[in-house]
Design a protein. Structure first.
Length: 471
């Protein structure tokens, strides 16, 4: 195929894509600009092609233009909102992914893919409207049929868990913010709902939102609401803070919230007021905020994933839930509960697990915690034919992981016979081996290795430093 035909075909392909495509050379001159980009910008391709970017978009500069920043830095930018005014005076809002274009090692330009933020916010509007429609019926149904979790629903024989339940009950007496930290599947929402149900807000709304489930632009609209005309197709709609007024708003995976949005959340916690997007009037709200993270919040602050000022403001009441491997005495209790639950659900009459399965469960590390245990019991009950769950009924991944890592972690052979060395020296060697194995198993992650060993992170860091072992 002749080169000219190839170029025409590539231009036709780029022109057919239903997203804005804008390509500039290394000098910021537009060399390709499809009709979708023209429609988003309110221009025609002829008004943009062959012209310097800043001439067509005078409100941009080298810091605010994603295309020019990529040319300057040579690094890609993903899903960044951009608002600007074109030379006709039209206000434009897009979400851009911008990539450098190289020939060999030489940077020759940049290509930008743009999405209409108006469409994204329209989706946000629909989500807010849906939340408003379902919040009251859902709440009424949960109260009527007892589906909400209470502290009595948290099954445990573990002393730390019992202490956390008591702390949660005391926290329910006030409206202070709560931060819950625990690995995935440890039961964070059980505690959140229990605090709400135990509190004086139990008759008011309980609304949960996962901060990782939506793009930042949608999450902001969903939380704070919108005013009519704030963007194309926007209506007057309350956000989740207004919908949860008088009740509780649960923000899961708070560390997934962008830092600029965290700053707005901080202002709500401090002032008790929100302002809808595009609005000029502040609205007072009475909402208890409970947040959850699945990593150590101190580490999140150090890594720049959580604002330190937000952390100190929201961490008034702190609950750190232990993983299942640190509360193994609860495994049999939970297995019995899940068997009873699925017996009722499936119309079955399974009595128990075999001693072999009980031993396997007791020795497994449960990286998915209580949720993984529940799903494993459910999977086994789909396979069992008699009234006892055997090893062959368990999901394959559970058996594979258990066989790969023997009960309690990697096997460590400790010699029984003496070798002439003092006991403290031998204990020191065994401890170093345990630490080395834990660090290897967690690929050098100190926090996870400390949890695997059942010691505080600071203690493990001290031992690593004391022994000259690399982190």
């Amino acid at each position: 195929m002749p080169l000219s035909d190839t170029v025409e075909m590539l231009q036709a392909i780029l022109g057919a894509i239903d997203e804005g495509i804008h390509v500039v050379d290394a000098n910021g001159i537009t060399i390709f600009y499809n009709h979708v980009a023209a429609r988003l910008d309110g221009l025609t391709p002829e008004e943009v092609l062959g012209k310097p970017l800043l001439e067509v978009f005078p409100s941009l500069d080298r810091n605010s233009s994603t295309l020019l920043r990529v040319i300057e830095s040579g690094e890609a930018i993903y899903d960044e909102p951009q608002a600007y005014t074109n030379w006709r005076g039209l206000r434009v809002e897009t979400v851009n992914t911008t990539l450098p274009v190289r020939v060999g090692k030489r940077l020759v330009g940049a290509v930008e893919v743009s999405k209409d933020i108006g469409k994204l916010k329209e989706l946000s509007e629909r989500l807010v409207a849906l939340q408003a429609q379902i919040s009251k019926p859902k709440r009424t149904k949960r109260q009527a049929d007892g589906l909400s979790f209470h502290f009595e629903d948290i099954l445990t024989q573990n002393e730390k868990m019992k202490s956390l339940i008591e702390r949660g009950k005391r926290a329910a007496r006030t409206s202070s913010p709560v931060l819950i930290f625990g690995e995935t599947g440890t039961g964070k929402e059980l505690f959140v709902q229990s605090i709400h149900q135990e509190s004086g807000r139990s008759a008011k709304p309980f609304i949960a939102q996962n901060c990782a489930a939506l793009p930042a632009s949608l999450l902001e609209s969903l939380l704070f609401g919108t005013t009519k005309g704030s963007f194309t197709g926007a209506d007057d709609r309350p956000g989740l803070f207004e919908l949860a007024d008088g009740g509780t708003l649960f923000l899961d995976e708070l560390n997934s919230m962008p830092l600029d949005l965290q700053a707005k959340l901080l202002r709500v916690l401090q002032d008790g007021q929100i302002r809808r997007i595009g609005g000029s009037r502040s609205v007072k709200v009475d909402v208890r905020v409970i947040a959850a993270v699945n990593e150590d919040p101190h580490a999140l602050v150090q890594r720049g994933l959580m604002r330190s000022d937000l952390y100190y403001r929201i961490n008034v009441v702190s609950l750190e839930l232990p993983p299942l491997r640190q509360r193994r005495e609860d495994i049999d209790l939970l297995v019995r509960h899940f068997i009873d639950t699925f017996n009722r659900k499936f119309g079955m009459s399974v009595k128990s697990v075999s001693p072999d399965v009980q031993k396997l469960f007791a020795g497994y590390d449960w990286p998915g915690n209580v949720r993984e245990l529940e799903h494993s019991v459910e999977a086994a009950m789909n396979m069992v034919e008699a009234d006892v769950i055997e090893r062959e009924h368990l999901p394959p991944h559970l058996l594979d992981r258990h066989n790969a890592v023997p009960a309690g972690g990697d096997a460590i052979m400790l010699p029984i016979e003496g070798d002439g060395r003092p006991l403290p020296e031998r204990l020191r060697e065994w401890e170093e081996q345990l630490i080395a194995d834990a660090m290897k198993k967690t690929q050098g992650n100190v926090l996870r290795a400390a949890k695997l060993l059942g010691i505080p992170r600071q203690t493990l860091q001290y031992k690593l430093s004391q022994r000259g072992m690399s982190e």
